[in-house]
Write a protein that binds this ligand. Structure first.
Ligand code: URA
Length: 425
């Protein structure tokens, strides 16, 4: 077998057979297939697609490239959630302790932000002392003790995906449904969760811009999970505007703690509860009541234990950026659009995200929203507050926000899209 014949098969719109897939994933993981060859293959797959059987084999080969975790010794059923990435998407933070408080174990292996979407680990690292890197034994101990753990995936889990995802990120080959589905599901299946709820984002701030593409991605991932005996469902959720009222690391932790304290923005609370119900159902705990666990403080208790178990201080003050800039409402009326992508890029440019993997993020950087689409706004009132430690970043952020919001005349009818658009599974 050689890489060139595999590339030619897909370049010429052929099907990759099982032997070709197994060989190319294994040889790439071992360094025998070069990055430039794999990037040519990834581009051929992006342009010409893969059928369901090819995607299933590609996913299985990526799982087989590394170790599989085993949670069968835990007393509780396991349930995990994965979001395809959005702006202001802090849902993992309140969701993991909430579901743990309701009786499931949540092994949440999470990632860092790259580009305009934020990463859960970057957000939690703004809590003083909190550590993202845990060995497998420590991860299992936190999971058994607290019921929830949020940490970085170890190097042994789907190493083929780790290499391939980094390569796709710099070769314009991320936006392929077969490659996204196999990337996400290889990690989740190798992780060993019993139940999985996928939050597939749809809209300007998401990879999937249309409902049709999001449905196809969701159905592909649900099929892969089910084939591997993971009870999998997907919610398609709106990402045309940021979730909640904050985008940025410490800002989002603060908002998540508000949700755990029984407050917080309505859309964040609604999505957290919808995903919690799906996770508990899939884990075989349909009678658990997540709304009660938010109201009675048990989810907050689980959060505090989860943060402490990983070295963090839940009572410590969160970092605050040194500089602020307020963007005012340009005219009185109704806010009819506040674009997720524009806000995400602006938060990223302020220092909340990174341009290269080795860059550091600013814990305090980001954007606070003072209104959401559908709200009545008054000329001159604050619409957004931009936060950064480096004021020279304001210019680039303001550029990203040009055209990102629209105010219609007073009385303009506007119905915000539902938070949950559809369910697959
Ligand atoms: N997240 C992943 O883990 N992989 C992708 O390909 C896209 C989003």
């Amino acid at each position: 077998m050689d890489a060139i014949s595999v590339i030619r098969t897909k370049r010429d719109r052929g099907r990759l057979d099982d032997g070709q897939i197994d060989w190319v994933i294994d040889a790439y993981t071992r360094g025998e297939v070069a990055d430039e060859q794999m990037s040519a293959l990834a581009m051929a797959i992006l342009l010409n697609g893969m059928d369901r059987a090819e995607i299933a084999r590609w996913t299985a080969a990526m799982i087989a490239s590394g170790e599989r975790m085993d949670f069968s010794g835990l007393a509780r059923p396991t349930a995990d959630k994965h979001s395809t990435g959005g702006v202001g998407d802090k849902i993992t933070l309140p969701l993991a302790p909430l579901v743990a408080a309701c009786g499931a174990a949540v092994p949440q292996l999470s990632g860092r932000g790259l580009g305009h979407t934020g990463g859960t680990l970057d957000k939690l690292e703004s809590v003083p002392g909190w550590r993202a890197s845990l060995g497998n034994d420590e991860m299992l101990a936190v999971l058994a003790d607290v019921g929830a753990v949020v940490c970085a995936a170890g190097d042994g889990l789907a190493p083929a995906d780790k290499k391939l995802y980094a390569l796709r990120d710099v070769t314009g080959t991320v936006e392929s449904i077969p490659l996204i589905a196999s990337s996400i599901m290889s990690k989740k299946i190798a992780e060993g969760t019993g139940a999985l709820v996928l939050d597939v984002k749809v809209g300007s701030g998401a990879f999937m811009k249309t409902l049709q593409d999001a449905r196809e991605l969701a159905a592909t991932m649900v099929g892969l999970g089910t084939d591997h005996q993971v009870r999998t469902v997907a919610l398609l959720t709106d990402m045309s505007t940021p979730l909640g009222l904050t985008a940025g690391n410490a800002l989002e932790v603060r908002e998540s703690v508000e949700v755990l304290a029984g407050g917080g923005p309505a859309d964040v609370v609604e999505l957290t509860l919808a995903l919690a119900r799906e996770m508990l159902d899939a884990a075989g705990l349909p009678d658990a009541d997540p709304a009660k666990a938010l109201a009675d403080g048990s989810a907050m208790d689980a959060w505090r234990r989860m943060i402490r178990a990983q070295g963090g201080d839940p009572d410590a003050a969160l970092p605050v950026a040194r500089e602020r800039h307020v963007v005012a409402v340009p005219a009185s009326g109704v806010l009819t659009a506040l674009d997720a992508y524009g806000v995400g890029v602006a938060a990223w440019r302020l220092g909340a995200g990174r341009a290269r993997k080795e860059d550091a993020v600013q814990a305090g950087a980001g954007i606070e929203l003072h209104a959401k689409p559908g709200d009545t706004v008054v000329a001159g009132a604050p619409l957004l507050t931009l936060h950064t430690d480096t004021p020279e970043k304001f210019e680039g952020a303001l550029e990203a926000l040009e055209g990102a919001f629209t105010v219609g005349p007073a009385g303009t009818p506007f119905t915000p899209p539902p938070v949950v658009l559809d369910r697959v599974g």
